[in-house]
Design a binder for this molecule. Sequence first.
Ligand code: MG
Length: 253
Amino acid sequence: MIVIKSAAEIDLMRKAGQVVARVLLECEKMAKPGVRTIDLDRLAEDVIRKAAAQPSFKGYRPPGMTPFPGSICTSINDEVVHGIPGPRRLEDGDILSIDVGACLGGFQGDAATTLAIGNVPRESLRLLDVTREALFRGIGKALDGLRLGDLSNAIGTFVEENGFSVVRDYVGHGIGQRMHEDPEIPNYGLPGTGPHLREGMTLAIEPMVNAGAYAARMLDNGWTVVTQDGSRSAHFEHTVAIGAQGPEILTVL
Ligand code: MG
């Protein structure tokens, strides 16, 4: 069931979204060669708690899985999503995806970005540009009256036109009082299919794009997802509300 939010609820989600945006901004400033991903995690948790919010990912435990240990996910190079912060140091030429969730006033915000660390190969920069643009193509279809398949198709088509592939096994999601609500939001699909989009829906739209083939697998730690072929992967995400005047990105300052 897709939960429609009131104006007052969307206002609370805007506040949670601002915390998430601030975390990404602070992490972006700190993410340089030599920095450990655990340092970014500590910074993120600090920013979240100082805003009187809670890190939604910390201790998050889907059925049958171990609790996630970090406040953010840090996924480097061939890691698609759900990388665990630790002692690994960023190196010149890496790409780093940071995914953040925060809960404030009972509502969730969720966003991700992928950063170039130092001097990154041109093809990796293109991967980042295409994935970011794919997110905005999807957001542009978060309109009352369209269907979810229109949004998914806009993302997937743009990615494939640019020679990259969209991860199949992980998808975006509705978001509100819970981090993961209906509907699931695949990053590929057919126009004119799926649930009707309505004003008051709040969606976490998040293309995960591989430079090579779309297949992904999970590492033995039970969390980290990597590309099957070792190619690099990028991830951009915003929490978006469908408004009367069009889409509103909630995870901005
Ligand atoms: Mg998400």
